[in-house]
Design a binder for this molecule. Structure first.
Ligand code: PEP
Length: 253
């Protein structure tokens, strides 16, 4: 039985001075849902405030990216050691916006994911196809490539610190959601691909989140599917009531 995990991806939306209030509102609204892992992944500059606000609550703080090198001349980057030092516990890696706008590749996803896991943080590794890829019949090929390259040399032991997020690019921030059956089909493919990499027994333990316009109104039917173990939430993570609504659905799934 995999514990459900709902993570918010705040993107570039919340200021440091606004962070504590949002985390506290989320913690207060979700305090009864102790059977769900709840994470707020924030801009790096918000992480210290998020960590502080998470203290004494069941909410955990995370970041939206991390570099693979421990330190050095990498202007604008954040190391895993910095995030550990600040008290973060999760890091999103390979979000489609990083891939689309910042040149992230499956190879850099792999380097970042391995560094995150080696630092003792949990990596939320994102995969997902564009609409063009889906319509061209390349869905399986794209997901398998993102998995095989992005998770190269990730071991079965590393999987204790791994979450995968399936985020169809066409569903992110668009209001279009994959149907529960469409999402389940890809989640099953992700688990089968992971089984080839780390063994079927380990693959069964890894949580696979769905991301793409998940809301309180559609979360329950997605989370009812066999291989959907949670959600990575963008827009709806910015309003405590909406985020809590999704977490309530996860608590009952
Ligand atoms: C995301 O950015 O990871 C995401 C799923 O966004 P949204 O929920 O807004 O579609």
């Amino acid at each position: 039985m995999r514990k459900k995990i709902i993570a918010g991806n705040w993107k570039m939306n919340v200021k440091p001075s606004e962070t504590a209030a949002l985390v506290k509102a989320i913690a207060e609204a979700t305090k009864d849902y102790t059977n769900v892992d709840i994470v707020c992944c924030t801009p790096a500059i918000d992480v210290p405030a998020a960590v502080e606000a998470c203290k004494g609550t069941q909410v955990k703080a995370g970041a939206e990216n991390a570099h693979w090198e421990a330190q050095g001349a990498y202007t604008g980057e954040i190391s895993t050691g910095m995030l550990v030092d600040a008290g973060a516990e999760y890091v999103i890696i390979g979000h489609s916006e990083r891939r689309q706008y910042f040149g992230e590749t499956d190879e850099t996803v792999n380097k970042r994911a391995r560094a995150v896991i080696a630092a003792g943080l949990t990596a939320i590794v994102c995969v997902g196809e564009t609409l063009e890829e889906r319509e061209a019949g390349k869905l399986n090929e794209v997901i398998e490539r993102q998995m095989n390259v992005g998770l190269k040399d990730v071991t079965a032991a590393d999987c204790a610190k791994l979450v995968i997020a399936y985020e169809p690019v066409w569903a992110i921030g668009t209001g279009k959601t994959a149907t529960p059956d469409q999402a389940q089909e890809v989640h099953a493919l992700i688990r089968a691909t992971l089984a080839k990499l780390v063994g079927a027994e380990t693959a069964e333990t890894v949580r696979i989140q769905y991301g793409g316009s998940m809301k309180p109104g559609n979360a329950a039917e997605l989370l009812a599917k066999k291989d959907i173990d949670g959600g990575l939430i963008g827009g709806a993570a910015l309003k405590a009531a909406d985020f809590a609504g999704i977490i309530a659905a996860a608590a009952q799934a």
